[in-house]
Design a protein. Structure first.
Length: 83
């Protein structure tokens, strides 16, 4: 739809230079859409994966695993920070 509107505005002239501005905006939209189609969403999200896991460290996961083995429930409660 963006590409079709882009082609229509390329051949249309409207008063007060409206078609030129709309053509510029649609050109930017076409380039943006092409860029979004070229990038895989999984690849973009994969760059972030593992950072939160690395911050928590292995002790956190062993603690949760021990709770599961003893049927104590889910995640441990957050420790409140003193003021």
């Amino acid at each position: 739809m963006i590409d079709e509107a882009h082609r229509i505005l390329a051949t249309t002239t409207l008063p007060e230079g409206r078609s030129e501005r709309a053509y510029e905006l649609l050109t930017a939209a076409v380039h943006l859409a092409d860029d979004l189609l070229s990038v895989s969403p999984a690849a973009a999200l994969g760059k972030k994966g593992g950072k939160a896991t690395a911050k928590r460290g292995p002790d956190y996961y062993s603690k949760i695993s021990a709770m599961r083995k003893e049927h104590k429930g889910g995640r441990p409660p957050k420790k409140s920070k003193p003021n």
